[in-house]
Design a protein around this ligand. Structure first.
Ligand code: NAD
Length: 270
């Protein structure tokens, strides 16, 4: 029996990619699509092979009632609401939204105490690996190497730096074994040793480029990832949904799904 899957943010860039990618999986069945208003649902391209058309709904409670698992790529405010509904129902939730403030972060963690929640700022497998490589590089190279993180996204992206860039910054800080010290947005004056800097570029239809530069005296190491198709995130999120279904409450990440992190090393969510 296929798992009934609901999508929140179905009319968005990622929602449409999720609908398209869902046609590739027989273990997941699109059951409900949450749109902001009925107009948004009118022109959604549904997979031709769907033997049961999903319900298009605009009330989140309906989305949850019709689904066994929900995938959410919306906005921080909507995702906090959806995480609360998932927690109330003990329903697993895959969360792709980025840009939460501290209060939103707390709400997500609280929800993960009551239900299985898998969150990733970037569902590309290559990014999960990049996070590890950055942690390793930061642990290997001394503080003489300045770390700069550069990201570029399409002009419509709202949060900056991207959630992925921040996750890469956290990985670099972890590798160095110290709390993250991010450079202030005002970069005038000389660079402080140990700071992790960000550069944000916005324009056109760039899906997501990230580069981490370790700049030392006499050499520069650069680790980069470029997403060229939004389907890469969608496929990762669908795989995450199939993996998450049936797991106990907790805050999971791609590390857990890909076996890159031992359960005893998990510090989040418990
Ligand atoms: P988008 O603006 O194209 O789509 C968001 C959709 O959510 C829109 O259709 C909007 O109407 C809907 N929405 C917002 N609030 C809602 C609400 N209260 N109820 C119902 N629907 C609501 O954005 P996008 O490019 O699809 O990205 C969405 C989020 O996912 C962003 O936070 C983005 O940073 C993130 N993202 C994550 C990944 C990843 O791999 N984790 C990849 C791409 C984008």
């Amino acid at each position: 029996m296929a798992i009934r899957m609901g999508i929140a943010g179905a009319a968005g860039r990622m929602g449409r990619a999720l609908i398209a990618a869902s046609a590739e999986r027989s273990d997941l069945r699109l059951s409900a699509l949450l749109v902001r208003d009925a107009g948004q649902g009118a022109n959604l391209a549904l997979p031709a092979n769907a033997d049961h058309a999903p319900d298009i709904v605009s009330a989140p409670e309906r989305l949850f009632a019709l689904s066994d698992i929900v995938i959410d790529f919306t906005s921080p405010a909507a995702s906090v609401l959806h995480a609360g509904l998932a927690a109330e129902r003990g329903m697993p939730l895959v969360l792709g939204t980025t840009g939460f403030d501290a209060k939103g972060e707390r709400a997500i963690r609280a929800a993960a105490k009551k239900t299985a929640l898998l969150r990733a700022a970037n569902f590309a497998t290559g990014i999960a690996l990049l996070v590890h490589l950055v942690r390793k590089a930061a642990a290997t190279l001394d503080m003489g190497y300045d770390i700069e993180i550069l990201e570029m996204h399409h002009a419509m992206k709202r949060d900056a730096p991207s959630g992925t860039a921040l996750a890469l910054g956290d990985a670099a800080a972890e590798g160095r074994g110290r709390a993250a010290s991010f450079a202030a947005s005002d970069r005038s004056g000389i660079r402080k040793t140990g700071e992790i800097g960000f550069a944000v570029l916005r324009g056109g239809d760039v899906i997501g480029d990230h580069e981490v530069i370790f700049a030392g005296a006499g050499e520069r190491l650069s680790l980069a990832h470029r997403a060229t198709d939004r389907l890469v995130f969608a496929r990762g999120a669908l795989r995450a949904a199939a993996w998450l279904y049936g797991r106990p409450a907790g805050l999971y990440g791609l590390d857990d799904m890909l076996g890159l992190r031992a359960p005893e090393d998990r510090t989040d969510g418990e």
